[in-house]
Design a protein around this ligand. Structure first.
Ligand code: ZN
Length: 420
Protein backbone atom coordinates (compact mmCIF):
# COMPACT_ATOMS: atom_id res chain seq x y z
CA UNK A 1 0.00 0.00 0.00
CA UNK A 2 1.38 3.42 -0.93
CA UNK A 3 2.30 5.45 2.06
CA UNK A 4 1.05 9.01 2.25
CA UNK A 5 4.36 10.78 2.15
CA UNK A 6 3.22 13.88 0.31
CA UNK A 7 3.88 17.40 1.46
CA UNK A 8 1.88 19.14 4.15
CA UNK A 9 -1.65 19.58 2.90
CA UNK A 10 -2.86 23.08 3.41
CA UNK A 11 -6.49 23.12 4.26
CA UNK A 12 -8.70 25.10 1.92
CA UNK A 13 -9.51 28.25 3.77
CA UNK A 14 -12.05 30.87 3.24
CA UNK A 15 -10.65 34.07 4.59
CA UNK A 16 -12.90 36.75 5.85
CA UNK A 17 -12.32 40.46 6.01
CA UNK A 18 -11.58 40.25 9.67
CA UNK A 19 -8.70 37.91 8.87
CA UNK A 20 -10.48 35.07 10.59
CA UNK A 21 -11.80 31.88 9.19
CA UNK A 22 -14.34 29.17 9.31
CA UNK A 23 -12.93 25.98 7.92
CA UNK A 24 -14.15 22.66 6.84
CA UNK A 25 -11.40 20.07 6.75
CA UNK A 26 -11.25 16.79 5.01
CA UNK A 27 -8.75 14.81 6.95
CA UNK A 28 -7.55 12.02 4.77
CA UNK A 29 -5.96 9.76 7.28
CA UNK A 30 -3.47 7.20 6.16
CA UNK A 31 -3.34 3.47 6.73
CA UNK A 32 -5.68 3.23 3.75
CA UNK A 33 -8.41 3.37 6.37
CA UNK A 34 -10.20 6.38 5.06
CA UNK A 35 -13.13 4.54 3.59
CA UNK A 36 -16.29 6.52 4.14
CA UNK A 37 -18.52 4.86 6.69
CA UNK A 38 -15.58 3.50 8.63
CA UNK A 39 -15.43 4.59 12.29
CA UNK A 40 -13.32 7.69 12.77
CA UNK A 41 -11.20 8.27 15.81
CA UNK A 42 -9.35 10.97 17.67
CA UNK A 43 -6.34 9.08 18.99
CA UNK A 44 -4.30 11.92 20.42
CA UNK A 45 -4.47 15.60 21.25
CA UNK A 46 -2.06 18.09 22.75
CA UNK A 47 -1.27 21.75 23.13
CA UNK A 48 2.17 23.20 22.45
CA UNK A 49 3.75 26.62 22.16
CA UNK A 50 3.46 29.74 24.26
CA UNK A 51 1.45 32.92 24.64
CA UNK A 52 2.68 34.27 21.30
CA UNK A 53 1.65 31.22 19.31
CA UNK A 54 -0.22 28.26 20.70
CA UNK A 55 -0.59 25.11 18.67
CA UNK A 56 -3.48 22.67 19.14
CA UNK A 57 -2.85 19.28 17.56
CA UNK A 58 -5.26 16.43 16.97
CA UNK A 59 -4.19 12.95 15.86
CA UNK A 60 -6.91 11.48 13.69
CA UNK A 61 -7.79 8.17 12.10
CA UNK A 62 -10.33 8.08 9.33
CA UNK A 63 -11.88 10.79 7.25
CA UNK A 64 -13.86 13.63 8.71
CA UNK A 65 -14.96 17.22 8.40
CA UNK A 66 -13.95 19.56 11.15
CA UNK A 67 -15.88 22.81 11.42
CA UNK A 68 -14.54 25.58 13.63
CA UNK A 69 -16.50 28.33 15.26
CA UNK A 70 -16.13 30.64 18.22
CA UNK A 71 -18.11 31.85 21.20
CA UNK A 72 -17.36 34.78 23.48
CA UNK A 73 -17.87 35.48 27.18
CA UNK A 74 -16.06 33.30 28.04
CA UNK A 75 -13.83 33.01 24.95
CA UNK A 76 -14.03 29.57 23.37
CA UNK A 77 -13.14 27.82 20.12
CA UNK A 78 -15.41 25.03 19.07
CA UNK A 79 -14.50 22.16 16.78
CA UNK A 80 -17.49 20.23 15.50
CA UNK A 81 -16.83 16.74 14.18
CA UNK A 82 -18.98 13.83 13.13
CA UNK A 83 -19.51 11.26 15.88
CA UNK A 84 -16.00 10.01 16.58
CA UNK A 85 -14.39 7.72 19.11
CA UNK A 86 -12.01 9.47 21.49
CA UNK A 87 -9.13 7.40 22.80
CA UNK A 88 -7.43 9.97 24.97
CA UNK A 89 -5.89 9.75 28.44
CA UNK A 90 -8.13 10.54 31.42
CA UNK A 91 -6.48 13.85 32.13
CA UNK A 92 -6.62 15.07 28.51
CA UNK A 93 -7.59 18.72 28.35
CA UNK A 94 -7.38 19.45 32.04
CA UNK A 95 -4.23 21.47 31.68
CA UNK A 96 -3.71 24.12 29.09
CA UNK A 97 -0.71 25.92 27.74
CA UNK A 98 -0.10 29.32 26.20
CA UNK A 99 -3.40 30.83 25.09
CA UNK A 100 -5.35 27.65 25.82
CA UNK A 101 -6.47 27.28 29.42
CA UNK A 102 -8.26 23.93 29.10
CA UNK A 103 -10.25 21.88 26.61
CA UNK A 104 -12.77 19.08 26.69
CA UNK A 105 -14.41 16.68 24.28
CA UNK A 106 -17.31 14.31 23.94
CA UNK A 107 -20.54 13.44 22.27
CA UNK A 108 -22.59 16.56 21.69
CA UNK A 109 -25.70 15.09 20.09
CA UNK A 110 -26.55 11.95 18.16
CA UNK A 111 -24.04 11.74 15.31
CA UNK A 112 -22.03 14.77 16.46
CA UNK A 113 -18.94 15.08 18.57
CA UNK A 114 -17.40 18.29 19.76
CA UNK A 115 -14.21 19.70 21.20
CA UNK A 116 -14.46 22.93 23.16
CA UNK A 117 -11.21 24.84 23.71
CA UNK A 118 -11.18 27.51 26.43
CA UNK A 119 -8.85 30.35 25.57
CA UNK A 120 -7.82 32.94 28.09
CA UNK A 121 -8.02 35.86 25.68
CA UNK A 122 -9.35 36.66 22.21
CA UNK A 123 -7.50 34.58 19.61
CA UNK A 124 -7.46 34.20 15.87
CA UNK A 125 -6.74 31.04 13.94
CA UNK A 126 -3.51 32.05 12.26
CA UNK A 127 -3.13 28.92 10.25
CA UNK A 128 -4.30 25.39 10.11
CA UNK A 129 -3.02 22.43 8.17
CA UNK A 130 -3.13 18.68 7.91
CA UNK A 131 -0.12 16.39 8.07
CA UNK A 132 -0.92 13.12 6.34
CA UNK A 133 -0.33 9.82 8.08
CA UNK A 134 3.19 8.51 7.73
CA UNK A 135 4.28 5.00 8.68
CA UNK A 136 2.71 4.37 12.07
CA UNK A 137 1.97 8.04 12.73
CA UNK A 138 -1.67 9.02 12.42
CA UNK A 139 -2.76 12.05 10.43
CA UNK A 140 -2.56 15.34 12.29
CA UNK A 141 -4.73 18.38 12.24
CA UNK A 142 -2.77 21.40 13.44
CA UNK A 143 -4.37 24.66 14.50
CA UNK A 144 -2.19 27.66 15.30
CA UNK A 145 -3.63 30.35 17.52
CA UNK A 146 -2.35 33.87 18.04
CA UNK A 147 -3.70 36.80 20.04
CA UNK A 148 -6.15 39.19 18.49
CA UNK A 149 -8.46 41.98 19.61
CA UNK A 150 -11.84 41.43 21.19
CA UNK A 151 -13.51 43.13 18.22
CA UNK A 152 -11.85 40.75 15.74
CA UNK A 153 -12.80 37.78 17.85
CA UNK A 154 -16.42 38.94 18.07
CA UNK A 155 -16.46 39.30 14.29
CA UNK A 156 -15.18 35.72 13.99
CA UNK A 157 -17.89 34.56 16.37
CA UNK A 158 -20.56 36.35 14.35
CA UNK A 159 -19.41 34.99 10.98
CA UNK A 160 -18.69 31.48 12.20
CA UNK A 161 -21.99 31.12 14.02
CA UNK A 162 -23.81 32.31 10.92
CA UNK A 163 -21.93 29.72 8.86
CA UNK A 164 -22.84 27.06 11.38
CA UNK A 165 -26.49 27.93 11.15
CA UNK A 166 -26.37 27.73 7.37
CA UNK A 167 -24.59 24.40 7.49
CA UNK A 168 -27.25 23.09 9.80
CA UNK A 169 -29.99 24.80 7.78
CA UNK A 170 -33.12 22.71 7.43
CA UNK A 171 -32.01 20.41 10.21
CA UNK A 172 -33.45 22.31 13.09
CA UNK A 173 -31.42 20.81 15.87
CA UNK A 174 -32.79 17.56 17.19
CA UNK A 175 -36.48 17.59 16.98
CA UNK A 176 -38.32 16.18 19.89
CA UNK A 177 -40.62 13.32 19.11
CA UNK A 178 -44.26 14.20 19.19
CA UNK A 179 -45.57 13.13 22.57
CA UNK A 180 -47.74 10.06 22.61
CA UNK A 181 -51.28 10.75 23.62
CA UNK A 182 -51.13 11.22 27.33
CA UNK A 183 -52.72 8.31 29.13
CA UNK A 184 -54.13 8.15 32.63
CA UNK A 185 -50.89 7.32 34.30
CA UNK A 186 -48.88 10.18 35.78
CA UNK A 187 -45.93 11.06 33.56
CA UNK A 188 -42.55 11.29 35.28
CA UNK A 189 -39.47 12.68 33.55
CA UNK A 190 -36.12 11.71 35.06
CA UNK A 191 -33.29 13.99 34.05
CA UNK A 192 -29.77 12.58 34.49
CA UNK A 193 -27.59 15.70 34.64
CA UNK A 194 -24.72 16.58 32.30
CA UNK A 195 -23.64 14.06 29.60
CA UNK A 196 -21.29 13.86 26.63
CA UNK A 197 -18.89 16.75 26.54
CA UNK A 198 -20.19 18.02 29.90
CA UNK A 199 -18.86 15.43 32.34
CA UNK A 200 -20.10 17.18 35.46
CA UNK A 201 -18.19 16.56 38.68
CA UNK A 202 -15.43 14.02 39.12
CA UNK A 203 -14.95 12.07 42.32
CA UNK A 204 -11.69 11.58 44.16
CA UNK A 205 -11.58 7.98 42.93
CA UNK A 206 -12.43 9.09 39.40
CA UNK A 207 -16.20 8.52 39.33
CA UNK A 208 -17.81 10.77 36.73
CA UNK A 209 -21.06 12.49 37.65
CA UNK A 210 -22.51 12.11 34.15
CA UNK A 211 -22.08 8.32 34.34
CA UNK A 212 -23.20 7.75 37.92
CA UNK A 213 -26.38 9.81 37.51
CA UNK A 214 -27.28 8.02 34.25
CA UNK A 215 -26.86 4.64 35.96
CA UNK A 216 -29.00 5.74 38.86
CA UNK A 217 -31.70 7.27 36.66
CA UNK A 218 -31.95 4.02 34.70
CA UNK A 219 -32.38 2.02 37.91
CA UNK A 220 -34.99 4.46 39.16
CA UNK A 221 -36.87 4.35 35.85
CA UNK A 222 -37.07 0.57 36.04
CA UNK A 223 -38.25 0.65 39.66
CA UNK A 224 -40.96 3.20 38.88
CA UNK A 225 -42.11 1.25 35.83
CA UNK A 226 -42.31 -1.94 37.85
CA UNK A 227 -45.09 -0.41 39.93
CA UNK A 228 -47.21 -0.24 36.76
CA UNK A 229 -48.51 3.13 37.92
CA UNK A 230 -46.35 5.59 35.97
CA UNK A 231 -45.21 6.45 32.51
CA UNK A 232 -41.50 7.20 32.91
CA UNK A 233 -39.14 8.97 30.49
CA UNK A 234 -35.47 9.90 30.59
CA UNK A 235 -34.14 13.15 29.11
CA UNK A 236 -31.11 11.16 27.95
CA UNK A 237 -30.47 7.43 27.73
CA UNK A 238 -26.82 7.54 26.81
CA UNK A 239 -23.72 9.66 27.12
CA UNK A 240 -25.10 12.59 25.11
CA UNK A 241 -25.08 16.25 26.00
CA UNK A 242 -28.53 17.86 26.36
CA UNK A 243 -28.79 21.65 26.75
CA UNK A 244 -30.62 22.84 29.86
CA UNK A 245 -33.41 24.49 27.87
CA UNK A 246 -34.07 21.26 26.01
CA UNK A 247 -34.39 19.31 29.25
CA UNK A 248 -37.06 21.74 30.40
CA UNK A 249 -38.74 21.48 27.01
CA UNK A 250 -38.84 17.68 27.19
CA UNK A 251 -40.75 17.87 30.48
CA UNK A 252 -43.12 20.42 29.04
CA UNK A 253 -43.70 18.55 25.75
CA UNK A 254 -44.42 15.27 27.53
CA UNK A 255 -46.81 17.13 29.83
CA UNK A 256 -44.91 15.68 32.74
CA UNK A 257 -46.55 15.61 36.15
CA UNK A 258 -43.17 15.50 37.84
CA UNK A 259 -39.62 16.30 36.70
CA UNK A 260 -36.70 15.00 38.75
CA UNK A 261 -33.24 16.19 37.78
CA UNK A 262 -30.55 13.88 39.17
CA UNK A 263 -27.05 15.02 40.09
CA UNK A 264 -24.02 14.18 42.22
CA UNK A 265 -21.99 17.35 42.15
CA UNK A 266 -18.80 18.52 43.74
CA UNK A 267 -18.61 21.42 46.09
CA UNK A 268 -15.75 23.87 46.35
CA UNK A 269 -12.56 22.92 48.10
CA UNK A 270 -12.83 23.57 51.78
CA UNK A 271 -16.28 22.05 51.77
CA UNK A 272 -15.10 18.44 51.61
CA UNK A 273 -17.16 17.63 54.67
CA UNK A 274 -20.37 18.44 52.82
CA UNK A 275 -22.16 15.19 52.16
CA UNK A 276 -25.56 13.56 52.07
CA UNK A 277 -28.55 13.74 49.76
CA UNK A 278 -30.15 17.13 49.16
CA UNK A 279 -33.37 18.15 47.42
CA UNK A 280 -33.42 21.50 45.62
CA UNK A 281 -36.35 23.49 44.32
CA UNK A 282 -36.42 26.69 42.29
CA UNK A 283 -36.26 30.07 43.97
CA UNK A 284 -35.12 33.50 42.87
CA UNK A 285 -32.92 33.94 45.94
CA UNK A 286 -30.69 31.06 46.99
CA UNK A 287 -31.63 29.60 50.37
CA UNK A 288 -27.93 29.55 51.35
CA UNK A 289 -24.41 29.89 49.90
CA UNK A 290 -24.04 26.22 49.02
CA UNK A 291 -27.31 26.20 47.04
CA UNK A 292 -26.29 29.42 45.26
CA UNK A 293 -22.88 28.01 44.28
CA UNK A 294 -24.40 24.79 43.02
CA UNK A 295 -27.01 26.53 40.88
CA UNK A 296 -24.29 28.70 39.43
CA UNK A 297 -22.15 25.71 38.47
CA UNK A 298 -25.14 23.74 37.15
CA UNK A 299 -26.20 26.68 35.02
CA UNK A 300 -22.72 26.64 33.40
CA UNK A 301 -23.55 23.41 31.57
CA UNK A 302 -24.34 25.11 28.24
CA UNK A 303 -21.18 27.22 28.44
CA UNK A 304 -19.08 24.10 29.02
CA UNK A 305 -20.58 22.45 25.95
CA UNK A 306 -20.20 25.55 23.78
CA UNK A 307 -23.92 26.10 23.30
CA UNK A 308 -25.07 29.61 22.52
CA UNK A 309 -26.98 30.83 25.51
CA UNK A 310 -30.59 31.49 24.71
CA UNK A 311 -31.93 34.53 26.41
CA UNK A 312 -34.25 33.52 29.15
CA UNK A 313 -37.74 34.06 27.76
CA UNK A 314 -38.99 37.43 28.84
CA UNK A 315 -41.29 36.90 31.73
CA UNK A 316 -44.77 37.39 30.38
CA UNK A 317 -46.90 39.36 32.74
CA UNK A 318 -49.89 37.21 32.25
CA UNK A 319 -52.01 36.61 35.29
CA UNK A 320 -52.93 33.07 34.23
CA UNK A 321 -49.30 32.18 33.65
CA UNK A 322 -48.42 33.65 37.01
CA UNK A 323 -51.04 31.51 38.65
CA UNK A 324 -49.76 28.42 36.85
CA UNK A 325 -46.24 29.22 37.91
CA UNK A 326 -47.24 29.69 41.52
CA UNK A 327 -49.26 26.49 41.56
CA UNK A 328 -46.35 24.58 39.97
CA UNK A 329 -43.99 25.99 42.56
CA UNK A 330 -46.29 24.87 45.36
CA UNK A 331 -46.42 21.36 43.92
CA UNK A 332 -42.63 21.32 43.59
CA UNK A 333 -42.18 22.32 47.23
CA UNK A 334 -44.79 19.81 48.33
CA UNK A 335 -43.03 17.03 46.44
CA UNK A 336 -39.61 18.11 47.78
CA UNK A 337 -40.93 17.80 51.34
CA UNK A 338 -42.47 14.40 50.61
CA UNK A 339 -39.17 13.25 49.15
CA UNK A 340 -37.11 14.52 52.09
CA UNK A 341 -39.31 12.69 54.57
CA UNK A 342 -38.89 9.40 52.65
CA UNK A 343 -35.14 9.86 52.24
CA UNK A 344 -34.70 10.55 55.95
CA UNK A 345 -35.33 6.96 56.91
CA UNK A 346 -33.34 5.50 54.00
CA UNK A 347 -30.10 7.41 53.44
CA UNK A 348 -27.85 10.03 54.97
CA UNK A 349 -29.06 13.57 54.34
CA UNK A 350 -27.24 16.88 54.48
CA UNK A 351 -28.35 19.22 57.28
CA UNK A 352 -31.29 21.30 55.98
CA UNK A 353 -31.96 18.79 53.20
CA UNK A 354 -34.48 20.97 51.34
CA UNK A 355 -32.77 23.96 49.78
CA UNK A 356 -33.48 26.25 46.86
CA UNK A 357 -31.77 28.41 44.23
CA UNK A 358 -32.12 29.61 40.63
CA UNK A 359 -31.52 26.33 38.77
CA UNK A 360 -32.35 26.87 35.09
CA UNK A 361 -33.33 23.24 34.62
CA UNK A 362 -36.18 23.67 37.11
CA UNK A 363 -37.81 26.57 35.28
CA UNK A 364 -40.75 24.91 33.52
CA UNK A 365 -43.79 26.97 34.48
CA UNK A 366 -46.11 24.00 34.19
CA UNK A 367 -44.11 20.99 35.47
CA UNK A 368 -43.44 20.45 39.19
CA UNK A 369 -39.66 20.08 39.26
CA UNK A 370 -36.98 19.20 41.78
CA UNK A 371 -33.26 18.59 41.56
CA UNK A 372 -31.83 15.82 43.71
CA UNK A 373 -28.18 15.73 44.66
CA UNK A 374 -27.78 12.04 45.44
CA UNK A 375 -24.62 12.96 47.30
CA UNK A 376 -21.45 14.93 46.60
CA UNK A 377 -18.59 13.48 44.60
CA UNK A 378 -16.23 15.83 46.44
CA UNK A 379 -16.75 13.63 49.49
CA UNK A 380 -15.04 10.23 49.43
CA UNK A 381 -17.72 8.55 51.56
CA UNK A 382 -20.47 9.78 49.28
CA UNK A 383 -18.50 8.65 46.25
CA UNK A 384 -18.34 5.11 47.62
CA UNK A 385 -22.09 5.07 48.27
CA UNK A 386 -22.92 6.41 44.82
CA UNK A 387 -21.36 3.38 43.17
CA UNK A 388 -22.73 0.84 45.66
CA UNK A 389 -25.61 -1.31 44.39
CA UNK A 390 -27.06 -1.66 47.87
CA UNK A 391 -27.16 2.09 48.42
CA UNK A 392 -28.60 2.79 44.96
CA UNK A 393 -31.36 0.30 45.62
CA UNK A 394 -32.24 1.93 48.92
CA UNK A 395 -32.17 5.40 47.39
CA UNK A 396 -34.33 4.33 44.43
CA UNK A 397 -36.78 2.62 46.81
CA UNK A 398 -37.15 5.81 48.84
CA UNK A 399 -37.77 7.91 45.74
CA UNK A 400 -40.41 5.45 44.48
CA UNK A 401 -42.12 5.68 47.89
CA UNK A 402 -42.08 9.50 47.71
CA UNK A 403 -43.57 9.43 44.20
CA UNK A 404 -46.28 7.06 45.43
CA UNK A 405 -47.08 9.42 48.30
CA UNK A 406 -47.15 12.43 46.02
CA UNK A 407 -49.55 10.86 43.51
CA UNK A 408 -51.62 8.86 46.02
CA UNK A 409 -54.58 11.28 46.12
CA UNK A 410 -54.74 11.40 42.33
CA UNK A 411 -54.37 7.64 41.90
CA UNK A 412 -57.03 7.03 44.56
CA UNK A 413 -59.39 9.41 42.76
CA UNK A 414 -58.80 7.61 39.47
CA UNK A 415 -59.40 4.24 41.08
CA UNK A 416 -62.64 5.45 42.67
CA UNK A 417 -63.85 6.70 39.29
CA UNK A 418 -62.98 3.39 37.65
CA UNK A 419 -64.92 1.34 40.20
CA UNK A 420 -68.00 3.52 39.99
ZN1 ZN B 1 -24.52 18.19 38.37
Amino acid sequence: MAKATGPVILVPLRLFLAGLMVICVQVQAGHGASTPGQPVKVVGARVAGDLVRTRFILDLEGQMDVAMSGLADPYRLILDLPEVGFSLPDDAGKEGRGLVSAWRYGLFAAGKSRIVIDVNEPVSIDKTFVLPAVDDQPARLVIDLVKTTRDDFLEFVRISREEMKQRNGGRKGDRLDAPEAKGDRPVIVLDPGHGGIDTGAEGIAGTLEKAVVLDFASILKRRLEETGRYSVHLTREDDTFIPLGKRVEIGHRLEADLFISIHADSVRRGRKVVRGATVYTLSEEASDDLAGELAESENMSDIIAGVELQDEPTEVTDILLDLARRETRNFSVHYARTLVSELKSAVKLINNPHRSAGFRVLKAHDVPSVLVELGYLSNEHDEKLLISDEWRDRMAGAIVASVDNFFRPRLARQQAEETQ
